[in-house]
Design a protein around this ligand. Structure first.
Ligand SMILES: Cc1cc2nc3c(=O)[nH]c(=O)nc-3n(C[C@H](O)[C@H](O)[C@H](O)COP(=O)(O)OP(=O)(O)OC[C@H]3O[C@@H](n4cnc5c(N)ncnc54)[C@H](O)[C@@H]3O)c2cc1C
Length: 457
């Protein structure tokens, strides 16, 4: 039998948003308890690259990097415009606010939480060096970020309860919360709190929610690489308590993958050709990985096509294991390949002829840079089925700029806050921006912790 607990600020979820919220609420004078349903802290944040984008930080200036918010904003506009043209999102007031606060978060993490940035880099199509990495370039920074933040939690003696899952919110009035019902291996109990911060991530690990909110969402579950705790708990608890969900939820794309083991190098390989079930090319493969996911998920069974040129031999040796499961097919000619793929022969043949002509002329019909247009001419030919990868979701519950959750009436809860993927839709249409999602988690966490602590005064 567990006894009830009492705290000033209760943070639910121990990923980037939750840990930042706990540190910040403590910094602003609140007594804080953080609960995490898994046996370790980290969530998706701990599995991520850990890179956080921000512009004109003192770290960029020290490294001689010239950058501006306007440049990031221009990129933001251009990328979001590649998705739903009828969308009500992003809310650029919120994007502006986020970008200003992201600079402060990037510096606060070093000054207050003992974090550091051994590398500040660009990535892929985004050459501006604005992603502040926790590890050396090329290393996985998420675990380092979580390690540093966990150390800060310890230094500030913040209470952390692992294996403890929030189940439901306890309401006092329409606009106020008194705490949560929680469970742990020792039983159920109530945590009474003066303010509650929801930092439970998104719903990329909840197949039913993906199916409900995203077209063909249930099929995306197969390659959802989010943290296991991202089951939409906080979103569902808040909605039950009267919160309003954001419209137009979407997924955070991370390019494509195959069902053949050890083929990860194909995930962001711009030199390959993609075709759909009609044997037609449908995109410039040299695209931001989030855009790639969006375009690929709209197509009937997309394939990646490659020939037997020397440069492809290493990946072909891996792909051969997919021949027995029909994830990979091969043909001695393009016509044979089309038949094995079950796509119209003439259509695939025309696609390849056009693609090869673009390699010769330097004018690819989809605008791919010539260095990535490799002729498909060396038999035998291979095609492998490709699938979109998701690493999180956009959506959650509506919040105001104090990160207070909004009710049906449009009024905020006094003391219920939401952060990270639990409330991230305001800044995106359908396209993830490199280094923005961990940054949003940390920035919304830092600010919600501050506002929650100030609410107690
Ligand atoms: C493989 C991968 C790579 C990525 N790479 C990048 C990148 O390089 N840059 C970038 O910007 N973004 C990246 N992302 C996305 C980014 O990591 C996330 O969007 C962001 O970190 C989400 O932070 P969060 O705090 O909202 O959620 P999380 O970090 O997932 O934290 C949520 C936590 O809440 C816990 N929780 C859930 N329900 C409950 C409950 N009922 N009770 C208690 N605890 C609960 C979960 O277990 C989890 O620990 C990546 C994601 C993945 C999966």
């Amino acid at each position: 039998m567990m006894t009830d607990k009492f705290t000033d600020v209760l943070v639910i979820g121990g990923g980037g948003a939750g840990i930042a919220a706990a540190l910040s609420a403590d910094e602003h004078g609140a007594q804080v308890t953080l609960i995490e349903k898994e046996s370790v802290l980290g969530g998706s944040t701990g599995m991520s690259g850990g890179g956080i984008s921000a512009t004109n930080t003192r770290f960029q200036r020290e490294a001689g990097i010239t950058d501006s918010k306007d440049s990031w904003l221009a990129l933001w506009h251009a990328r979001q415009a590649t998705s739903n043209p009828h969308s009500a999102y992003p809310d650029y007031n919120f994007v502006n606010y986020f970008m200003d606060e992201a600079v402060k978060t990037t510096e606060w993490l070093v000054d207050y939480a003992g974090h550091h940035y051994p590398a500040i880099t660009g990535f892929g199509l985004d050459p501006v060096r604005r992603i502040h990495f926790a590890g050396e370039a090329g290393s996985l920074g998420g675990p380092i970020l979580i390690q540093n933040l966990t150390q800060a939690l310890k230094q500030h003696h913040i209470q952390v309860l692992l294996n403890t899952s929030a189940v439901s919110l306890k309401k006092q009035t329409t606009h106020s919360i008194t705490g949560v019902k929680a469970t742990s291996p020792d039983g159920s109990f109530v945590i009474h709190a003066k303010a509650v911060i929801l930092a439970t991530g998104g719903f990329a690990k909840n197949k039913a929610m993906l199916a409900e909110y995203i077209p063909n969402g249930d099929t995306l579950y197969q390659h959802s690489y989010s943290g296991p705790g991202n089951q939409g708990d906080g979103i569902q608890m808040a909605i039950k308590a009267g919160a309003v969900p954001y419209d137009e939820p979407w997924i955070i794309g991370e390019g494509i993958t195959t069902n053949v083991p050890k083929t990860y190098q194909l995930t962001m390989d711009w030199s390959k050709l993609y075709v759909n079930a009609h044997g037609k090319r449908f995109m410039n493969e040299q695209n931001h990985y989030a855009v790639v996911t969006n375009l690929v998920m709209q197509q009937p069974q997309p394939w990646l096509v490659l020939d037997s040129t020397t440069a492809n031999q290493a990946i072909i040796s891996k792909l051969k294991s997919g021949l027995s499961t029909n994830e990979v097919v091969q043909g001695a000619t393009i016509n044979e390949l089309a038949t094995a793929m079950n796509v119209p022969v003439e259509s695939l043949s025309t696609t390849i002829t056009t693609y090869n002509a673009g390699a010769d002329s330097g004018k690819d019909s989809f605008g791919k840079a010539q260095e990535f247009v490799k002729k498909i001419q060396q038999a035998p030919f291979y095609a492998v089925k490709i699938y979109p990868i998701i690493m999180g979701t956009f959506g959650g519950v509506k919040i105001n700029q104090n990160f207070q959750v909004l009710t049906n009436s449009g009024q905020p809860f006094d003391n219920l806050f939401a952060t990270g993927e639990t409330a991230n839709k305001a800044i995106y249409n359908q396209v993830y921006m490199s280094g923005s999602s961990v940054q949003f988690a940390l920035t919304s966490g830092r600010l919600s912790g501050q506002f929650a602590a100030q609410h107690l005064l």
